[in-house]
Design a protein around this ligand. Structure first.
Ligand code: E4P
Length: 218
């Protein structure tokens, strides 16, 4: 499973990229706005830090506007992935960009039917939002299960399922059990993946024994 980080905070990305565990980055208009910085500058910096796909979302909602913005964004770096919303215009833009060889992430997917449309439009990634479905009392991970089942019936569909709106390590584990290709995690959730109290306890015990024995390696 690939791990993307869901943030436009360049300092965070720099730190996480150093771990060697980061396969890509996703941003959205809210995250870029939160950074308080010009979008082109932020995306360029992120693309210089991470080799994998970096999703940059269009703000236009009409086909022509999306394509105009997409052309500006994809000039920033080779690993820019254009993110478009799952609307009729978004999917039309997706098809056009995909035909031109541009990576596209279709976002705001909340149903299996929508995911199928994104795949048919040639999306590189489709982003189902699990947390936001959980928030309204629906079963976010059920959507991932349905999409994976459908995509498996049609091996010629090359679209990767990018699990988004992830809120906890359990979301990551459940998505991995279903075979989802990618999870995009808020930095805090990515850090939580490392944690287990028995790891801390075990390490403390090893180090205490080592110190007591007065041993050294180097
Ligand atoms: C995905 O690409 C989105 O940016 C993101 O995962 C949305 O997450 P949220 O529901 O926590 O805002």
């Amino acid at each position: 499973m690939k791990f993307f980080v869901d943030t436009a905070d360049v300092a965070e990305i720099k730190q996480l990229a150093a771990s060697g565990l980061l396969d890509g980055v996703t941003t959205n208009p809210s995250l870029v706005a939160k950074s308080g910085r010009p979008m082109r500058e932020v995306i360029a910096e992120i693309c210089a830090l991470v080799r994998g796909p970096v999703s940059a979302e269009v703000a236009a909602t009409d086909y022509d506007g999306m394509l105009t913005e997409a052309h500006v964004l994809r000039e920033i770096a080779r690993n820019v992935t254009i993110k478009v919303p799952l609307t009729p215009d978004g999917l039309r833009a997706c098809r056009r960009l995909a035909d031109d060889g541009t990576m596209v992430n279709v976002t705001l997917c909340f149903s299996p039917a929508q995911a199928l449309l994104a795949a048919k439009a040639g999306a590189t990634f489709v982003s189902p939002f699990v947390g936001r479905l959980d928030d309204i009392g629906e079963h976010g991970m059920g959507l991932i299960a349905d999409i994976m089942t459908i995509f498996r019936q049609y091996p010629y569909l090359k679209t990767e399922v990018l699990v988004a709106s992830v809120r906890s390590p359990m979301h990551v584990v459940e998505a991995a059990k279903l075979g989802a290709h990618v999870a995009t995690l808020p930095p805090a959730v990515l850090r939580q993946l490392f944690n287990h109290p028995l790891t801390d306890k075990g390490l403390a015990a090893f180090l205490a024994d080592w110190k007591k024995a007065g041993l050294s390696i180097a």
